[in-house]
Design a protein around this ligand. Sequence first.
Ligand code: PLP
Length: 231
Amino acid sequence: MNAATPTSAPLQSAGARLAAVRHACDRAAAESGRKGGDVTLICVSKTFGSEEIAPVLEAGHRVFGENRVQEASGKWPALQERFGGVSLHLIGPLQSNKVREAVALFDVIHTLDRPSLAEALAREIDRTGRKPELFIQVNTGEEPQKAGVTPADADDFIARCRGEFGLEIIGLMCIPPVQDPPSPHFALLGKIAARNGLSRLSMGMSGDFEQAIMLGATHVRVGSAIFGSRA
Ligand SMILES: *Cc1c(COP(=O)(O)O)cnc(C)c1O
């Protein structure tokens, strides 16, 4: 557990917890020879309402993550109108029938994981001219219940996305199995990215974002350490 864990300071505000997480990110980046600005902190606001999200926006943060298209389209348009310059990241599974809504709302999609979705995204990007940044999700733990391409299929899928579907891929994302030490999964993701010429890594959550940064994360997805635990 890191110093930013909310249970250690239940009376802190979300803004104070945000500052603590930001500080921990900067420290981990510095320890691994990078600048704090090289790591994008995505505040994961899923399950929290506008009144809980607003203080984090008021503290100046503008990068947020949601895992459901439906939930995000219910609360974010009003917040985006009230606070300019928000960057919204989809970090949960995307169904092909939600692609239109997702491309309209999200600036970054972290969960591209199958040819049918690649095809639907390519079509929608073509149709609208809106072009969210795309990460491919890799199921590094090869868990049957989890989304993502297997490590063995990753190189092929990345090549297909680029070649067959003409998509620009910016990086890879993973969610390590809860029961495993996360570092080997982070290292594996970094290896697959490097051999495919991808420079961004979306990895690390509340419990392990510092380890992820040490292993090259450029995007960390942190929810409970900022917003408190989810119901
Ligand atoms: C919920 C979620 C997170 C944030 O998890 P915390 O442990 O609350 O930081 C990160 N990534 C994904 C994909 C999630 O669904």
